[in-house]
Every structure is written in C-alpha cells, then in structure tokens.
Design a protein around this ligand. Structure first.
Ligand code: SF4
Ligand code: SF4
Length: 315
C-alpha cells in the first residue's frame, strides 16, 4: 500500500480510502460479520483510511472490524447537520458508535454551494470547537460541485475536501471536468487535504474500471481516492491497479459482472421525499410512484435513505 499525508493535517492516509457506503444497509447490506470481515481484509492489505457517514449506517461494521486491530486507523465521517447542537449530537453519536475518543475527520456532508456552506456556519463552528477539544483532528466538507471545492479552498477552517472527481466528470452538479480538475488543483496548492469520490462514476465506469482508477490514482492533487467495496475481489482489483499490476482476467471478470441498478418496490406512497433528495434530479413521480427518469444515476443511495418505507434499494 502507498500512503500520503493529507494536506496540512499531518494525517497519514493510504492512497485507497475504503468507502463503506457500498457495503452498508443502503446498498449491498452485508451482514455485520461479512462487512466487518471485509474491512478487516482491507486493513490486512494496508488500507488505513475509511470513509463513512451518519447516513450510511456503517458504524457497526467499522467498530467490529477495528476491535483489537493494533495499527492506527483514520476514519472520516460526515453529517448533514447545519446547527451547532445537531452537529454536536452527530459527532457524539459517531464517537460512541465507533467506540473512539477522536474521529479523525468530520465533514459537512454534500455541500452544494457557497450559500449552503454559509447556512452550515453554526455546525462548522461546532466542528472547530470539537477540534480544539481533541474530539476530531480535522474539519472537512464533501461535495459534488465545483463551486464548493473553490469556496472551501479559500476557507481557513476547512482542511479536508472530499470532491466528486472522475475521468468523465459524471455526477458533477455544476461545471465541467476541466473546471473540477482546476478547482482540485487550486485546493491542493492551498494546502487542503483531498480525497476523491465516485472515481468509477457510481459504477457507470465499471466497464473502463482500470482507466478510471488510473485516472484517479495518477491525479497529483488527490492524496487518496475513496472507493466503495462490497467484495474482496473489488478491493484486490483496486489495489492491483494502484500498484501498477495487471489484474488477472478472472479478477476483471468478477469485478465487471455486477452492474448496479435502482430497484423500486411497488408499495411507494408517492410522498416525493426521494425526488427532492436526488442531487442529480433523476427522480420524478410517475402515476403517483417514484421512478428513475434520467441517465447517470450515481447509485449514491441518498434517495433510499430518505424513503420512510424502504421502497428504493441499490442492488
Ligand atoms: S437516483 Fe438515488 S441513487 Fe441515483 S443519483 Fe439520485 S439519489 Fe443517488
Ligand atoms: S420517498 Fe419512498 S415512498 Fe416517498 S416517493 Fe420516494 S420511494 Fe415513494
């Protein structure tokens, strides 16, 4: 495994960050033992950096996997909270659920613009205070937009940025691929720690996985690349590409055989919560039920997370 220091945080992270969304209840829904076993396997391969979120429901896997693990591990979590109290509660929830005194990085989740960053100021102020008290080591922000990368790059109180970057710019809510690359470069040069997300475009680039991973790994301005995994083979594949090895045909076959899709159960009540939540505007109500109405779904599962009736699943 290769490692880098995440910007000016002093935190040493593996170049592959294990993204836990994919294995969790919003997507593959691995058993606790299965998910924890997969994380343990990643640890044994040298991965020391794990991305999670309040939304993902994956704290139990991490807690179980890390029990008795002797080496330092870096965890980044995030929450949509915008109030001081709400963010305090979310950080406490993470500390308890993960059984850790300190969460290494805590992020404002999925910021959309300078305006949402401004609207989250109380939550950001809480995170700054939590840092001074040693409850976190660095404050971050995750985003699917160019404008937030640009804004966060100029903010002294944000040290880590988790931007959407892939070789086609899939899933960007604003701007173009050259624009996000330029914004990431500027943020890097401003000393921010950067770990990318959606290098495989939420699975849409799986048929070109080697090229897509190589693009992310060779970007000089990303310290680490978060990659969701639900099988050992996916992780083996990612590590092989990172290390410049050619994955075996068998490994390639296993990784490519599982395209993802959104599944809608037929008991949708048509409340519209998922429609409002989709950051890419891909959902609408058709005949009173939620439906996918556009291309480019990132399989982020954010729509599934807000459905009160568990209608939507990423499978
Ligand atoms: S439809 Fe759902 S899974 Fe797809 S991009 Fe929108 S929120 Fe994410
Ligand atoms: S949130 Fe659930 S119940 Fe509401 S419209 Fe979407 S799928 Fe249907």
């Amino acid at each position: 495994m290769k490692y880098k220091i995440l910007g000016q945080t002093g935190i040493k992270v593996s170049r592959i960050c294990f993204g836990t969304l994919t294995m969790g209840p919003l997507q593959a829904n691995l058993s606790l033992a299965g998910g924890a076993g997969l994380i343990r396997y990643a640890l044994e391969q040298g991965v020391n950096f794990f991305d999670t979120a309040k939304l993902y429901g994956t704290y139990p896997y991490l807690k179980k996997a890390l029990q008795g693990w002797p080496q330092p591990v870096v965890i980044s979590s995030k929450s949509y909270d915008y109030t001081w109290e709400g963010m305090k509660k979310s950080l406490e929830e993470a500390r308890v659920a993960l059984d850790r005194d300190t969460i290494d990085i805590f992020c404002l989740h999925e910021q959309e613009s300078e305006l949402t960053l401004a609207g989250h100021r109380p939550a950001l102020e809480y995170l700054e205070e939590a840092k001074t008290r040693g409850l976190i080591r660095a404050v971050g922000v995750s985003t699917h937009t160019v404008k937030v990368v640009k804004a966060a790059a100029q903010m002294n109180n944000i040290e880590v940025i988790h931007p959407l970057v892939n070789m086609r710019g899939l899933g960007l809510l604003d701007g173009t691929l050259p624009q996000i690359l330029a914004a990431v470069k500027d943020a890097y040069e401003n000393g921010k720690g950067l770990y990318g997300m959606k290098a495989l475009g939420g699975g849409n680039l799986i048929s070109q996985a080697e090229s897509a991973l190589n693009f992310a790994f060779t970007m000089p301005y990303l310290h680490s690349v978060a990659l969701g995994c639900k099988t050992k083979e996916e992780l083996d594949f990612n590590i092989a590409v990172l290390e410049g090895r050619i994955p075996s045909p068998e490994l390639v076959r296993k990784v490519r055989k599982t395209p993802r899709r959104l599944h809608f159960e037929d008991w949708c009540a048509g409340c519209g919560a998922c429609v409002k939540k989709c950051p890419s505007g891909l959902l609408a109500l058709r005949n009173g039920k939620a439906a996918l109405v556009g291309d480019g779904c990132l399989f982020c599962g954010y729509c599934a997370a807000v459905c009160p009736d568990f209608v939507i699943k990423v499978i």
